[in-house]
Design a protein around this ligand. Structure first.
Ligand code: ACO
Length: 429
């Protein structure tokens, strides 16, 4: 047997499996030939030990609290970069030169408008519809408008679709918000940077001049950077799985949005803020900590815990700093929700239950407070996450399409239902 391989003996069959090395992080055992050699499948619900693909985009060390995009630490990107620079990095693998950045910004900016017919889609929804429901529908509908960028075998069309999605998501997200609150849509303004343009589309009204606050725009941009990609999370895996059948990228991203909506994933920032509001005062925190620890109570501390991070989520630290910057800029000296968040974090980080289970605040714990201060209603929080994650979904989707090993994603199962039996006519049952 090759020394680089592993031998597995099961049910009297032995199988030689290839070991594949990573650049950093765990290597993998390639089980692709296991069934052929042993007539057995592996079983791993939730993919806790299973790599679903090979990727060179993002790396996470959950024990050490490390997050790298194309090798660059998230802290450095959030401190020194801007969101479109991070988009370029995720899509192309390298940081852009000044000329490349200028060209990329130009290309994104010139796709910010959506087809005018799209506005009719919005008016088909009830005003009180959750904006994530509106986003699922409208982003999926993009494939009905941009037929010239749905041929996934053409690299040029793939890149046009990618730029379109990065550019149009803020426009669609702002439209979903404006429709929700009954205000007219605001068209994009291409001389503004990505985050400023988005804030303007959300908060400008036709009867007044809108002046962008650079501190708030920088905070918005940083929130986008922090959410840009997170390797094979549930929504990204959904996008990859949808794309593995050859579906067009707009449809795949709509699938990602649907997955992100769940409270265990992107919906957690909304749930975290709702939880802080429900707790209401610092003196009620112990009651909620006790509920979180009670096995018979389904309550969980939202914004705490992560499948991969068993240490402080590095994004949460930057998010906490951003929350303070935004509240400081807006002159919000005493935000009761921030007080509750800080105290809750302090208590949880010293509590044995949370220490033993390695439950630390995740990025969603502080993002809700920041987004609320920026003026967004809680129902928009997950929409903002989807906007930022679009580049990650698209970069991962492109990587999958270009991967020569890519096949349709088709998991197997452990069947525990009835064995074959004979049909009995209804008169005899
Ligand atoms: N509050 C209280 N207990 C918790 C929490 C929490 N937030 N999270 C996990 N636990 C406990 C579980 O009850 C479990 O206890 P047990 O071993 O006694 O059964 C143990 O910690 C492990 O939890 P799992 O659910 O098995 O961990 P998993 O990796 O499957 O789930 C998840 C991770 C979904 C993020 C979970 O921690 C959670 O529900 N957190 C709250 C929701 C949240 O903040 N989600 C945002 C994720 S980040 C993102 O999507 C950007």
């Amino acid at each position: 047997m090759d020394n680089n391989n592993a031998c597995v003996v099961v049910g009297g069959h032995s199988a030689e499996l290839k070991l594949r090395s990573s650049t950093i992080g765990p290597s993998v055992l390639d089980i692709g030939s296991l069934y052929e050699q042993t007539k057995m499948f592996t079983y791993d619900p939730g993919f806790t030990s299973t790599a679903s693909c090979e990727s060179s985009i993002t790396f996470i060390d959950g024990d050490e609290g490390v997050l790298l995009h194309r090798g660059y630490p998230i802290e450095q990107l959030a401190e020194h970069g801007d969101f479109l620079e991070v988009c370029y990095l995720l899509l192309y693998g390298e940081l852009p030169t000044a000329a490349q950045k200028k060209d990329f910004d130009y290309r994104v900016v010139h796709h910010t408008m959506v087809h005018e017919q799209m506005s009719r889609f919005f008016t088909g929804f009830r005003r009180d519809a959750h904006p994530m429901a509106v986003m699922c529908g409208c982003v999926g509908a993009l494939s009905a408008f941009y037929h010239d960028s749905t041929d996934i075998t053409d690299p040029h069309q793939r890149m046009v679709a990618s730029l379109r999605m990065i550019a149009k998501m803020p426009t669609l997200a702002a439209m979903a918000y404006k429709y929700h609150i009954g205000q007219p849509f605001v068209y994009p303004k291409n001389d503004l940077d990505y985050a400023s343009n988005f804030l303007r589309m959300c908060f400008a009204v036709p009867c007044e001049e809108y002046v962008v606050n650079p501190v708030l725009a920088r905070a918005m941009d940083r929130i986008f950077i922090l959410h840009a990609d997170h390797e094979q999370n549930a929504s990204t895996s959904t996008v990859r799985l949808a794309g593995s059948s050859g579906a067009n990228p707009f449809a795949c991203v709509a699938a990602g949005i649907a997955c992100l909506w769940g409270p265990a994933h992107g919906g957690a920032n909304e749930a975290a803020l709702n939880m802080l509001t429900e707790i209401g005062t610092v003196d009620r925190i112990p009651e909620y900590i006790a509920r979180a620890k009670d096995k018979n109570d389904p309550f969980r501390l939202m914004g705490f815990g992560h499948r991969v991070y068993k240490n402080y989520d590095p994004r949460a630290k930057i998010m906490q700093k951003t929350a303070h910057e935004v509240l400081g800029e807006l002159g919000i000296k005493d935000d009761p929700l921030l007080d509750i968040a800080i105290e809750l974090e302090r208590i949880a980080l010293t509590d044995d239950y949370f220490i033993e289970k390695k439950l630390y605040p995740n990025v969603d714990f502080y993002s809700g407070i920041t987004l609320k201060a920026l003026g967004f209603p809680t129902t928009m929080f997950t929409v903002l996450f989807a906007l930022a994650r679009t580049v990650g979904w698209i970069a991962q989707w492109n990587e999958m399409i270009e991967d020569p090993e890519q096949r349709i994603g088709r998991p197997r199962q452990l069947y525990t239902g009835e064995p074959q039996r004979e049909y009995v006519p209804v008169s005899k049952r």
